[in-house]
Design a binder for this molecule. Structure first.
Ligand SMILES: [Zn+2]
Length: 394
């Protein structure tokens, strides 16, 4: 990448005085960056969705680095339990609106910054108008409805989405931008998980420093896209395992049948998943009756050479990272069209990463004439933890 996403015509309007030369001196002495790169940052407008664990470090570093305008979307108030990782906010801010404490901290980091606050829940009604005026979006969301909405709106408006996700000790970062040749989030995960099937950050826990690592990674990717410096993470995903201190790099592919970024998309406007996808609402009555087996049961069945199909419903890139020997891959999004490849008379154990998507697959199979189906509780992560430590965790 050589140009960055800020049109050169916008640089002429950027004021750059002696004080700026002092403040950004360490950027100016980078030959790849220089005054031109700094002006591109100063001209840029970045939207950060969420002022939490990822949004805190990302927005702080972008403010310090000289991004001209930062928009912050958040409707929460600061809770004491946020302070373990959300470094935009301090102890004195508990009970305040996050957007307010964010503005104060960001302006202290860089008084020249223009901060635009969106003190609202990001939803299908306001998402397009909020995102429209920005050059790039940082995904600092911690829930699936907002994540899918951010993705779809960025696809519609052709804005790069710098994606970050964290759970427990692991983090991921990539850049979604179908208009720049990269996939979008739905190319990897076409539909949101069922309510209650995936723990959110507060349920699963997260190492406090981890969002710092991933959020700063997002800030670096944003700066590269804005200035044109270096090689972007477009089409590549970095996975960071804090426990093993390991980075891994995966190639991502666009899905030609993606529901939102393909040539014939089925989703053409913002969708609000809140109401049936919130982690706060209970699981449906159906999910309570889904037959389950444990990883110990599965091991015993494999050891005793029982005849059954182990069906893996994860995505191909996950399959490349780790798999259970003998499993067959049919990603959840393809299950309905590839149902004919399975025999309803067979015993089928369905497996995914942690048991959520596979529960949906079991439910779907039960509704479609399969009766000998069960879900592997805890998925391949439980298998790696309890049965085979040589299987990669991710
Ligand atoms: Zn897509």
């Amino acid at each position: 990448m050589t140009n960055g996403i800020i049109a050169p015509s916008r640089l002429a309007k950027v004021e750059f005085g002696p004080r700026d030369a002092v403040r950004y001196a360490r950027h100016l002495s980078l030959p790849e960056f220089g005054v031109d790169g700094q002006k591109r940052l100063l001209a840029s407008k970045v939207l950060c969705i969420g002022a939490g664990g990822l949004g805190s470090p990302a927005s702080l570093y972008l403010a310090a680095a000289g991004v001209g305008t930062l928009g912050i979307v958040d409707c929460d108030v600061v809770d004491e339990s946020n302070l373990q990782r959300q470094i935009l906010h301090g102890s004195a801010d508990v009970g305040r609106k996050k957007v307010e404490s964010a503005r104060e901290r960001l302006l202290d980091a860089n008084p020249r910054l223009r901060v635009e606050l969106h003190d609202a829940r990001f939803d299908a009604v306001n998402a397009m108008s909020i995102v429209e005026s920005y050059d790039l979006v940082i995904d600092g969301t911690d829930n699936f409805p907002t994540r899918y909405l951010s993705n779809d709106v960025c696809v519609f408006l052709k804005k790069p989405l710098v994606f970050g996700a964290i759970s427990r000790f692991d983090g991921q970062v990539t850049v979604f931008a179908p208009h720049l040749g990269a996939p979008c989030y739905r190319c990897l995960y076409p539909e949101p998980p069922r309510p209650g099937t995936v723990p959110n950050c507060s349920e699963a826990g997260v190492l406090g420093v981890l969002p710092g690592m991933i959020g700063i990674f997002q800030a670096i990717e944003a700066i590269k896209l804005l200035t044109g410096v270096g090689e972007s993470l477009l089409g590549r995903l970095i996975h960071f395992d804090a426990l093993k201190a390991r980075f891994r790099d995966f190639h991502l592919q666009k899905d030609p049948a993606c529901p939102v970024c393909s040539s014939s998309p089925s989703i053409n406007e913002p969708v609000d998943y809140v109401g049936f996808c919130s982690s706060q609402i209970n699981q449906s009555p159906m999910s309570a009756s889904i037959p389950e087996i444990t990883v110990e049961d599965l091991k015993a069945r494999i050891d005793s050479k029982e005849k059954f199909v182990l069906l893996d419903v994860r995505e191909p890139f996950e399959w490349d990272i780790a798999r259970i020997d003998g499993a067959r891959l049919i990603p959840l999004g393809e299950l309905s069209t590839r149902l004919g490849e399975l025999n309803p008379a067979d015993e089928i154990v369905v497996q995914c990463k942690s048991g959520g998507r596979s529960a949906r697959a079991v439910e779907f199979l039960l509704q479609n004439g399969f009766s000998r189906v069960s879900n592997l509780a805890g998925g391949i992560l439980a298998w790696a933890d309890q049965i085979d430590p040589s299987v990669e965790r991710y």
